[in-house]
Structures are given as C-alpha cells and as structure tokens.
Design a protein around this ligand. Structure first.
Ligand code: AMP
Length: 402
C-alpha cells in the first residue's frame, strides 16, 4: 500500500492545524449499514463531500434487494459526483460495525481474520453484524487496494469496569455466552463527550452524555473514559426509545409467554419494535408526541412523562457513579431539538447544581444552563460519520508508521 505512505492531514475541527504543502487531506468513505438501510458519507475532516441513504433494503418494491444491490446504488450516486468507489482520491473506507464483543475494543484494520471475528459475533447482533459484513465483503472486492477499517459501536464502552458491565446472573453461563453490558452508540458518545469535556473548567472532566435519537442511550464518562452506559448486551436496555421499551422487569417476558402464549420471537419484536413511545401512545416521533401533549392528549402526556422520568433517573444514577458532574450533554434528534424533553428531564435537580435557563433552552443555544451553574448543560450535535472517518484515518496512519 505504497500509495498511502504519505502524511495524511486529518482535517478535524479540533486540530486547529491547516494542511501543509505536500500533505493530503484524508478522504474517507464512511458506510453505516443497518438491517434494512445503508447510510454513506464521504468525509474530509469536518467537510461532508457527499452523503445519502438507501432505505427499505429487501422490502417489496425496493430498488435494492440486498445490501450488495444497495451498495450498487451508492456507487452510482457517488460516480455521478465524480466521487465513485474507483476514485483515486479515496484514502480509506470506514465501516461502522455494531457489535465488537470483547474482542474488538478499538478501530481495527479489516483482514480475513477480522471478518471471521465479526462473523463469530453475529449471535450478539443478529440483524446488524450480517449487514455490516455484507458491505465489507463488497467494498473489499471493489477496492482491494484500499485500507478498510471497522469502527465498532461497542468499542468506546470497553473501559466500563466489571462492577458496571457484569449482570448478576450465574457467572459460568454469563462468561460462556458473552452475557454482559457492552453498550452502543459508541462513536457518538466518544465524539460528544470529547466536545463536552472542552466546556469543563478543569480537567479531568466528568460528563454525562444523553444520546436521544430513535434509539437512545446515556453514558457516564470520566477523563475521557466511559465508566457506565445504559444500553446492555443489546440496544434494548436503558432509556425509553422510539420503539424499544428500555429497562423492564425480566419477569414481564415470562408473564407474556405464559399468559399470552407469545413466542420468544414475538416478544422480541414486541419489545424492540412495538414498545417505547410507539407502544405507549402510538407515535414514535417526538415531534408528533409533543404536538399531542400541547393539545392535551393524555396518552401522549403519559408517554412523555415516562420518557423524561427515565432520563432523570439515569442522570441521578450517573451523578452517583461519577461522584461529581461538570457537563451534561444532549445529542441526537430528540436531544438536539426538543427543548421540552431537555427541560422536563432536568426539572427538580437544582439541589445537584443542575438547572436549565428557559430562554437559552427554547432557543436551542449550545449552553442552556444559567451562568455560574455548578453543572454546565450543553446541546452538542453529534457527528458519528466524522468520528468514524477520524478513527479510520488514525488506524491508517498507525499502520503506515509500523
Ligand atoms: P435520530 O435517530 O438521532 O435521527 O433522531 C430521530 C428522532 O429525533 C425523530 O424520530 C424525532 O423523534 C426526533 N426529532 C427530530 N427533530 C425533532 C424536533 N424538532 N423536535 C423533537 N424531536 C425531534
């Protein structure tokens, strides 16, 4: 890979440095495949050169029968803009991979062995890891010359200590089957916690990140290391989400099976796809929920209050885990845009030094706590693709130096 033996300027928005003569600005194709979608971006640092999504993969009437066909559409869209897979200016391809288990705790250059490792983790992420692998297989075939890097959604949480990552079940069974807390949304928690820490007066900073999108998770980060997170072995645990229940008494599952005769797969679908805000009030889009609350709809009001109560509970829990908190950061579609959720979640916490300035919050300013507050409350838009591109370039640079 001689053509990559160059100094790559990582055009990050925090480095402050400008590219020098002879440096090239690393250009990364970031692929983020879900079970039925592929999102792509071409990033050059903070600059987004192209982006798009292919959705409804495999559904009737969709132009993409599978992930390979979806990547064909991506390739076509990119080629129209002279940014195709064959572009000589591409430095690397970064793949978001959902589950790295305990094996992959860092961004990893993709080799045959790494592909086998990701395959071995399919039982822990049966919908996502196969989609990620399908994309990896195609892009390795199309560009065997190009460095390809797997950036794992679980990796940022690998520092969580055993006291927080261990479930209190039979030890031998848990170890044998890999049953433990892994956590997800890792690239978002890494990116947002790093930005949030810059707002703290002193270092090392203690930060609580609330990533509230369609999926939602909280994390507690101390001096750049994640010490706890709300998602668990799978992304079902923790906060109330668009269609997922979050925390639940496990006995509810046995009750549904015994009393309703539901199969395990039916209960899986119920808790992952028909619960959360959707299950509570019939709408999983927070904008619709908020409009209904404003109109006095009791089901929407209950749903929003359950959502915000759970959030407040996790903030209190992570305050206790961290001992002290410098910054609480809201991110994701709900966290970045919903002033009512931010306000409700933080109401009644003034004894902990946590408060929200209603005017700043209403305007969606980046700092929404009052001046002089003990805990800064921030709205920080996440940028997972930037983080994946940066981590990908970091691996390419390290590999070049070895
Ligand atoms: P994400 O998964 O991060 O893209 O977040 C998507 C979710 O953000 C949507 O389903 C909405 O519930 C929520 N959202 C987006 N815009 C707004 C908004 N202006 N106000 C409240 N919620 C929003």
């Amino acid at each position: 890979m001689d053509q990559h033996q160059v100094l790559i300027f990582r055009g990050g928005d925090e480095s402050g440095a400008a590219p020098g003569k002879g440096d090239i600005v690393g250009r990364v194709l970031v692929l983020n495949a879900g079970s039925s979608s592929v999102k792509y971006q071409i990033r050059s640092g903070a600059e987004r050169l192209a982006s798009g999504t292919v959705e409804r993969i495999g559904e009737p009437g969709s132009p993409a029968a599978d992930h390979e066909a979806a990547l064909g559409i991506v390739a076509g869209e990119l080629a129209e803009r002279d940014l195709g897979f064959d572009s000589p200016e591409l430095t690397a391809i970064g793949h978001r991979v959902v589950h790295g288990g305990t094996v992959f705790t860092e961004p990893t250059p993709i080799t045959d062995e790494v592909v086998r490792g990701i395959e071995a983790l399919i039982p822990l992420a049966p919908l996502h890891n196969p989609a990620n692998l399908a994309c990896i297989e195609v892009t390795r075939r199309l560009r065997p010359d190009l460095p390809q890097v797997a950036v794992f959604d679980t990796a940022f949480h690998a520092t969580i200590p055993p006291a927080a990552s261990t479930y209190a079940i039979d030890r031998e069974t848990a170890v044998r089957l890999g049953i433990r807390r892994y956590g997800f949304h890792g690239t978002s928690h890494a990116y947002v916690s790093r930005k949030a820490a810059l707002l703290a007066a002193g270092s090392p900073a203690n930060v609580i990140v609330l990533h509230l999108g369609n999926g939602a998770s909280a994390s507690a980060v101390s001096a750049g290391r994640c010490v706890d997170t709300s998602m668990g072995m799978t992304p079902l645990e923790g906060l109330v989400m668009g269609t997922r229940s979050g925390d639940l008494d496990p006995e509810v599952i046995f009750h549904l099976s015994r009393r309703e005769g539901l199969s395990i797969d039916e209960i899986d679908r119920l808790l992952n796809r028909r619960s959360g805000m959707l299950g509570l009030c019939g709408d999983n889009d927070m904008r619709a929920v908020q409009e209904r609350v404003a109109d006095g709809d009791p089901d929407a009001e209950l749903a929003l209050s359950v959502y915000c109560h759970r959030l407040r509970k996790y903030i209190g829990a992570y305050y206790a885990v961290l001992g002290a908190v410098d910054v609480i950061a809201f991110t994701g579609g709900v966290g970045e845009n919903s002033a009512p959720v931010r306000e409700r979640a933080l109401t009644g916490l003034s004894a902990l030094g946590i408060a929200v300035d209603p005017v700043r919050n209403g305007r969606g300013e980046s700092l929404i706590s009052p001046d002089g507050a003990l805990v800064k409350v921030a709205v920080i838009p996440t940028d997972e693709e930037f983080e994946i591109a940066e981590q990908t370039l970091g691996v390419v640079e390290r590999t070049n130096l070895e």
